[in-house]
Design a protein around this ligand. Structure first.
Ligand code: PMP
Length: 417
């Protein structure tokens, strides 16, 4: 047991054989053992510059000292809740979220993941409106539990599990008229990512979210913003819907809300939506949701995000990174089709999915962690922790350049083939 390098064999025997083979095929043989700031160290002592942030989890970097200290304090007192008495850390986080989310978003429900936050939002929308239909976007990713999967927009993950939750209508992302066309008195909510993450870092046209806000309000339907990936500063504002001055009825958060230390999910809602809890306070619950350890960590993660101006840093560093990537795109047009995104939520759309896999491998060999998006394997996300320093941005760009030089040779060969 325990020989270095046999982790993939062991994973293959007892966890997910297919996934272990994918790791091996991609050359991802290293096992992670430690993280600090924007760096991850493997069991061979190599350090990797993380440009994936665990799909957006590590906004504050790995093991942020303040967040670790908050975790230790709570761990030594009461990590999980009795579930019988009220729990101060949850109330404090809910107060902080009420203060730091847009408009009159005020009430919070806590859970343990992004998918759970989406599940809760779907149920809240149905009970609050008494309607059933949910409108969502093709290419959307909202999680893989049955409800979240049903509002997601990719057949590959959905088809083996049909029948899914009924009364779900998909429309093209970024087309407000398509939403207008399906809105009627049966529509409980429109659920949308302000920027599609797993769909391939897709930024909708200017004014899209505002128009959805107007349309849903006029129709008596709710607007659910899934900010699981865009939230907590990633796009240059604490919440991406703030770019458009939009207040959703329900806002889903997870990932970076856990500060890179604890899993946590949240749904924050406006007072009118929350009324159903008055008569049915136990209608939706979770044993671990709102546990003191996760709450204390998330409270500190939010404080760090605000006090260290991480949204502003995402904007500033994102501009530099984006500019550098655009220069590389101009140099390697046979590899990169487009650089897009907002703040430090960036994506490289490549000309071919095979090249995306090759680029991921080439980056890994240069000790950069990068990964393609789940619903679009032609797009490599570039999403480093928001705490990334300017020198680290420059380092990332150098390594991307070297990796692209390698992959460009492959692109040449493909075009000749
Ligand atoms: N919503 C969005 C926008 C996401 O990006 C994700 C995860 N990539 C989820 C929901 C699901 O989150 P989780 O994996 O924590 O269930």
């Amino acid at each position: 047991m325990g020989g270095q390098g046999d982790w993939l064999d062991r994973m293959e025997r007892v966890m997910n054989p297919g996934l272990a083979r994918v790791f091996r095929f991609m050359g991802l043989e290293a096992a992670e053992v430690e993280g600090e700031g924007v760096w991850v160290r493997d069991d061979q002592g190599h350090t990797y510059l993380d440009c994936a942030s665990g799909y957006g989890v590590f906004a504050q970097g790995y093991r942020h000292p303040r967040i670790m200290a908050a975790a230790r304090r709570q761990l030594e007192r009461l990590p999980l809740s009795s579930r019988v008495l009220v729990s101060p850390p949850a109330i404090e986080l809910a107060e902080a979220l009420a203060e730091h989310t847009p408009g009159d978003l005020q009430y919070s429900f806590f859970c343990n993941s992004g998918a759970e936050a989406v599940e809760a939002a779907i149920k809240f929308a149905r009970i609050a409106t008494g309607r059933t239909v949910l409108v969502s976007a093709s290419g959307a990713f909202h999680g893989k539990t049955m409800g979240a999967l049903s509002v997601s927009g990719r057949a590959l993950y959905q088809n083996p599990f049909r029948p899914l939750v009924p009364d779900i209508v998909h429309v093209p992302f970024g087309d407000a008229q398509a939403v207008a066309d399906v809105l009627d008195e049966r529509v409980a909510a429109v659920i949308i990512e302000p920027i599609q993450g797993e769909g391939g870092v897709v930024v909708p046209p200017e004014g899209y979210l505002r128009e959805l806000r107007r349309l849903t309000a006029a129709n008596g339907s709710l607007l659910i913003a899934d900010e699981v990936q865009t939230g907590m500063g990633r796009t240059g504002k604490l919440w991406a819907c703030e770019h458009d001055g939009v207040v959703p009825d329900l806002l889903c958060a997870a990932k970076a809300l856990g500060g890179g230390v604890m899993p946590v999910g949240a749904v924050v809602g406006r007072p009118e939506v929350w009324r159903f809890f008055d008569s049915q306070p136990l209608i939706h619950t979770s044993t671990f949701g709102g546990n003191p350890l996760a709450m204390a960590v998330a409270r500190e993660a939010l404080a760090v995000t605000v006090e260290e101006h991480l949204p502003e840093r995402a904007e500033a560093r994102g501009a530099i990174l984006r500019h550098g990537l655009q220069q590389l795109a101009a140099r390697f047009p046979a590899v990169i089709r487009q650089v897009r995104g907002r703040g430090l939520m960036l994506g490289l759309e490549l000309t071919d999915a095979g090249l995306a896999a090759a680029l991921m491998g080439a980056l890994f060999r240069r000790q950069v962690l990068a990964v393609y998006t789940l619903n679009n394997d032609r797009v490599i996300r570039v999403m480093p922790p928001l705490i990334i320093a300017e020198a680290e941005v420059a380092e990332a760009l150098n390594r991307f350049e070297a990796a692209l030089e390698e992959v460009a040779g492959l692109a040449d060969a493909l075009s000749r083939a």
